[in-house]
Design a protein around this ligand. Structure first.
Ligand code: FRU
Length: 532
């Protein structure tokens, strides 16, 4: 008995030191050097938000108030896989550097706390403001209750309010505010203030459609209409919608944008977020005719074509002066999120992004780019023009700039019918390929040989691609690198691709490859990003 006790004790100590003491991975590179990295060194992003420990998925309840951007998130504090959901919390003054806060909302008798949103109730329409002039923050989320051992849930919508600017929440006594007896997947309320119709509007995912509601006080909700059956991609369940108005760049018009996340059914498998452009008369969302026609021809309306940007939504109360919106997404994919090779924490968020709407000969398209705040972290800069690329040509290595936190801008003029391949690599032979294939008019990311990939057969089974929509004969792009992620913004944000990877040692060299004919990389600027 005693022996078993000691064996168990030793095993437990070993387990906890493994989890808490930063896992070490030791490996010899092909030159025989002993390479030792901890999981933290190798995989914890330098500036993308990760929880200190445990499992995270969707961003929730994002709002801006009194100088702070708030980010809540689906959080399972007890484990590094999905489980009973709470709302974790982090704050930032610029959406780049985050400080984690105590858990904001805990499960209760109505269920666990699934995704949702929060608004700044400036006029105290809810009456939740406790002291005179107080501006309450009102959160709306899905209470999700498991009914049996199978996959049977009751999903209802609840609200909670905060009188201390989002640091703590009190649940409303009369929850749920929207009950549900029939619909299996009925979740992820996103509330916003509809300036034009002077009321709160809320979108909710319900199986294969989005339901629209309105309210005057955030407590009593009226069902207005629904949208989506037979429109857009339906390879999986619809989740995490968002709905907001955007000005059309260069005009005095605006349109309504609807985001719908879908899992599975993304353009490169698994989870992804599609968008629709249309009009809203206060009751019904009608998809723009021209937009609908091009959607039926080829569905290339995704906020991101990479595999790792899901459930993204916008910040409320944070519209920029030019009318653009701000958003971020969960930088993972349900296909493999729970088995990626990190143990202390699981998942990061994408970089915060600005969303604009453009209309040109190709119709409507969102332009999505990193927020300008990121440029405040630029330090060392490397700039080069007219680099002739013959076969594999080195552009830069870690001796000049540490590629673990970098922002890169490039331009290529007069595209030839060839493949423009960038390559990030390390001395162990891991490599990440990405770029533009102008013979097929497709962007790509190839992480098949990027390091650890075998943890899931869905992770690196194929090259991700995205059709180019721009007809510009020049190509420009921004690349954001942060140890284990790449975010690509092509053609001023017309096509975006985000993917994660797990190299066995840091990528420390950037090169370009030409296949067959040589070409010139017109201009490249690399900024090291520094965070203290
Ligand atoms: C999307 C999602 C949401 C749900 C949440 C649960 O990733 O499935 O629909 O509210 O995750 O964690």
């Amino acid at each position: 008995m005693k022996r078993t006790y000691y064996v168990n004790l030793v095993l437990m100590i070993l387990f906890f030191s493994l989890i808490n003491g930063c896992k070490k991975t030791s490996k010899e590179n092909k030159f025989g050097d002993e390479m030792t990295y901890s999981e933290e060194d190798l995989y914890r992003p330098n500036f993308h938000f990760t929880p200190k420990k445990a499992w995270m998925n969707d961003p929730n309840g994002m709002f801006f108030y009194n100088g702070y951007y708030h980010l809540y998130f689906q959080y399972h504090p007890e484990s590094n896989v999905w489980g009973p959901m709470h709302w974790g919390h982090a704050i930032s003054t610029d959406m780049i550097t985050w400080t984690e806060q105590p858990i904001a909302i805990y499960p209760d008798e109505l269920g666990t706390i699934f995704s949702g949103s929060a608004v700044v109730d400036i006029s105290n329409s809810s009456g939740f403001g406790e002291v005179s002039n107080a501006v309450p923050i009102v959160a709306m989320y899905t209470s999700s209750k498991k009914l049996d051992e199978g996959d049977h849930w009751k999903q209802t919508q609840s609200i909670a309010y905060s009188n201390d600017e989002g640091m703590t929440f009190t649940k409303y006594d009369n929850n749920p505010v929207i009950d549900n007896n029939k619909i299996k997947d009925f979740r992820d309320p996103k509330v916003s203030w509809d300036e034009e119709h002077n009321k709160w509007v809320m979108v909710l995912a319900a199986g294969d459609k989005i339901m629209f509601y309105d309210s005057k006080d955030l407590k009593k909700w009226n069902l207005l209409s629904d949208f989506g059956q037979g429109i857009g991609e339906h390879g999986g369940v619809w989740e995490c919608p968002d709905f907001f108005q955007l000005p059309v760049i260069g005009t005095d018009k605006s349109k309504w944008v609807l985001f719908v996340s879908i899992n599975p059914g993304g353009p490169n498998n698994g989870s992804a977020t599609q968008y629709f452009i249309g009009d809203f008369d206060g009751e019904k969302f009608t998809i723009d005719k021209e937009f609908e026609e091009s959607l039926t021809k080829e569905h290339n309306y995704w906020i991101d074509f990479g595999r790792d940007n899901y459930a993204g939504v916008s910040w409320s109360n944070a519209t920029r002066r030019d009318g653009s919106k701000l958003m971020l997404g969960w930088m993972s994919n349900w296909d493999y999120a729970q088995v990626v090779p990190t143990e202390i924490w699981r998942s990061a968020m994408t970089i915060a992004r600005k969303v604009q709407l453009q209309k040109n000969n190709n119709g409507y398209r969102l332009l999505i780019n990193p927020v300008e705040e990121l440029t405040n972290y630029r330090s060392t800069k490397y700039k080069k023009e007219n680099i002739v690329i013959k076969e594999e040509t080195k552009i830069i290595d870690a001796d000049a700039i540490d590629l673990a936190s970098a922002e890169i801008q490039f331009n290529i003029s007069n595209l030839k019918k060839t493949i423009y391949t960038f390559k990030l690599s390390n001395k162990l032979g891991d490599e990440l390929l990405f770029g533009y294939d102008n013979t097929k008019k497709k962007f790509f990311i190839d992480r098949r040989n990027s390091g650890k990939t075998s943890f899931s057969e869905n992770f690196a089974n194929k090259v991700s691609t995205a059709s180019r929509t721009s007809t510009n004969k020049n190509l420009s792009g921004t690349i954001i690198l942060d140890k284990t992620s790449i975010e690509l913004f092509f053609d001023n944000g017309e096509t975006v691709m985000t993917e994660i990877f797990f190299p066995n040692s840091p990528f420390d060299k950037l090169s370009m490859e030409s296949k067959g004919q040589e070409f010139t990389l017109g201009n490249i600027e690399i900024h090291k990003l520094t965070f203290n």
